[in-house]
Design a protein around this ligand. Structure first.
Ligand code: SF4
Length: 225
C-alpha cells in the first residue's frame, strides 16, 4: 500500500461513509451470533460469552434454556450445579455467580424482566457497558453502539476512533456513525475483526477497507492497537 493509494494517510479524516458502505457490502447479513428467544435469554447468553465463542455459548444454552425458563429458575438450584452446567463456557464459577446475582435482582427489582434503560442494566452484577448495549440493541431494538474487543480494535485501526479505551471509542463512534446504522455497524465491525482484521495478524493485503485505513497507511500501524 503506497501513500498515494491510501486515502487515510496519517492525520487525515477517514471516509466514514465509504467504510460503512464497504462493510455493508462485505457483511450484508451480519447479526448477533448468540441464539435467544427473549431478553432474559440474551442477557444470560451475553454474560456467558465473555472470553468464549458464540458457537460454544449456543451449544450450552440450547440445553440450558430448556431447563431454565425464568430468572427464578436460576435461583432454584445451587450455584455449584449451575456452574457445572455452564462449565464449557469457561470462567464457570464466576459466570454462575453473576447469572444468579443478576437473576436475583431481576426478580427483586424488575418483576423478572430485563430493564430497558442503560443505567438499570449497568446496575446488574456482571453486566458491563458492552453487555448492556448488546441487550438493548438486540433484545429491544434500541440503537446502541456496543464496543467489544473486535469493534474497539477495528475502529481504532481504521481511524473511525482514536482512543485507548472502549468507552471513549463508543462515544466517538456514536458521533461519527449515523444513529440508524449503529447496530448494523457494530455487527459488521465484529465480523470484519473475526475474519480479516484479526488481533495478531490483520490481513491488510486482502482487506477491501485498506484504502481508507489508518493502520494500512505508511507508519499508521505504530499508532493504533
Ligand atoms: S485488515 Fe488491515 S487494512 Fe483492513 S481494517 Fe484491518 S488494519 Fe485496516
Amino acid at each position: 500500500m503506497t501513500a498515494g493509494r491510501n486515502r487515510a494517510a496519517k492525520g487525515g479524516r477517514p471516509e466514514t461513509g465509504a467504510i460503512l458502505r464497504l462493510l455493508a457490502h462485505s457483511y450484508p447479513d451480519a447479526r448477533c451470533g448468540l441464539e435467544f428467544e427473549n431478553p432474559v435469554q440474551l442477557l444470560i447468553a451475553t454474560i456467558l460469552s465473555a472470553q468464549c465463542t458464540d458457537e460454544r455459548v449456543n451449544l450450552v444454552t440450547r440445553g440450558l434454556f430448556t431447563r431454565y425458563r425464568t430468572p427464578a429458575d436460576y435461583l432454584a438450584v445451587p450455584e455449584s450445579q449451575l456452574a457445572e452446567e455452564i462449565r464449557a463456557c469457561g470462567l464457570h464459577h464466576s459466570k454462575a455467580r453473576s447469572i444468579r446475582d443478576t437473576c436475583r435482582l431481576l426478580v427483586e427489582r424488575h418483576g423478572g424482566e430485563v430493564p430497558r434503560r442503560l443505567p438499570k442494566l449497568l446496575a446488574l452484577p456482571g453486566v458491563g457497558r458492552k453487555t448492556a448495549n448488546v441487550v438493548l440493541a438486540n433484545a429491544y431494538g434500541i440503537p446502541t453502539m456496543a464496543v467489544d474487543t473486535h469493534v474497539f480494535r477495528v475502529a481504532n485501526r481504521l481511524g473511525l476512533a482514536r482512543s485507548n479505551n472502549p468507552e471513549e471509542t463508543e462515544r466517538q463512534l456514536r458521533r461519527r456513525i449515523p444513529r440508524e446504522e449503529w447496530v448494523a455497524a457494530h455487527h459488521r465491525l465484529i465480523r470484519h475483526g473475526r475474519e480479516v482484521c484479526t488481533a495478531r495478524r490483520p490481513r491488510c493485503g486482502v482487506c477491501r477497507l485498506a484504502p481508507h485505513c489508518h493502520y494500512a497507511a505508511p507508519g499508521g500501524h505504530r499508532e493504533v492497537p
